[in-house]
Design a protein around this ligand. Sequence first.
Ligand code: MEV
Length: 438
Amino acid sequence: MNKTITGFSKLTKSEKIDWLVDTYFKDPASAKALLKQYWNDDKKLQQLHDEFIENTVSNYYLPLGVAPNFLINDKVYAIPMAIEESSVVAAASKAAKFWFDRGGFKTKVISTEKIGQVHFMFNGESTKLEQFFKVIKPKLIENAKPLTKNMEKRGGGILNIELKDKTQDIVNYYQLHATFETLDAMGANFINSCLEQFAETLKEEAQKFELFSSEEKNIQIIMSILSNYVPNCLVRAEVSCNVEELTENSNISAQEFAEKFVQAVNIAEIEPYRAVTHNKGIMNGIDAVVLATGNDFRAVEAGVHAYASRNGQYSSLTHAKIEEGIFTFWMEIPLALGTVGGLTKLHPLVKLALELLGEPTAKELMQIVAVAGLAQNFAALRSLTTTGIQEGHMKMHLMNILNQFEATSEEKTTLVNHFKTHTVTHSTVVAQIEKLRR
Ligand code: MEV
């Protein structure tokens, strides 16, 4: 059977679904029913979601959870988290509570600079290009004024444009490397529009520049695009307390726990296999808040991992030390986030998440997101260096296993009670369900 189609995007939603289910599914009627089951009854709301992307056939749910009791710079937050992985929200809440009683999280935005580049080819004398760039730099900025004037009114805009000679790496390759302040916007559209305008000015002005030969006048623009690597858009989050205050678990002394914790971080600093998993745990917290607040988690992921490799080897994003009896645990990460633009005013649950956070500025959101990441890493390392990860994780995963077996509410209550004092593994849960049903 032919499984390809032309003109799919032109079909109505219903026609798309009919074609899909008839072409790809053994039981088209139930596939169609399932897709429709996830439609929202509110037609307007459904249409809003349909129009976020192309070829929408249904909605894909993720749970939206909340981790309360986060004390950040003496202000309390309940943090919204959109994530499918069990135990992430529970771990965040636990870490929040733990640090609430020990002074909370301290955060600081270090910098907020965003970056974009025009990549182009110039076949000629680089000194002439440098001269040309000096002459046209004010014009590059001037011609972008219609795009930048609103941002400038609010205190943002273009910070600088530099010419970069990359001919050592690729013959004839140069860049306009531009930096921006985009305030509460993540800034992708603003930056890309400015860059495309720079590219146009660059090309036009080159044609008129008298010192250029006819070959040199033909600058070839390859592309104009922002960079998701933002090492100068940095936020720091930190917790600290006296080592003795770390006691909680009677099986391990506060000193031993602090030392094991610091060693665990040291290992992630030098061992990339561990660093990747360590940082993945941090991203469990970060992505969940980034997603809940309508931000671009792929951009954040790409930028954060690039930053984790900035010294030539992939390494831990967090750091920890014990000095004069004080345990300190911290992280500095790049986060380009927005609280205006994008989905922020469009997606009703994103609006709700931002209201829950007290309508933060982008800078405040950077701090909240960084805390979610640090808290998550704290919770993971705390489990890993004491009880092991599976105890807490499997407790949270219990409900997923029970749902797989379509347990009734009574069965769930009985089994959740049972596993308060027994080890959860897939097989022990299955055995208990079978026993109960016998
Ligand atoms: C699981 O999603 C995340 C952890 O593996 C993180 C870590 O190992 O630090 C628990």
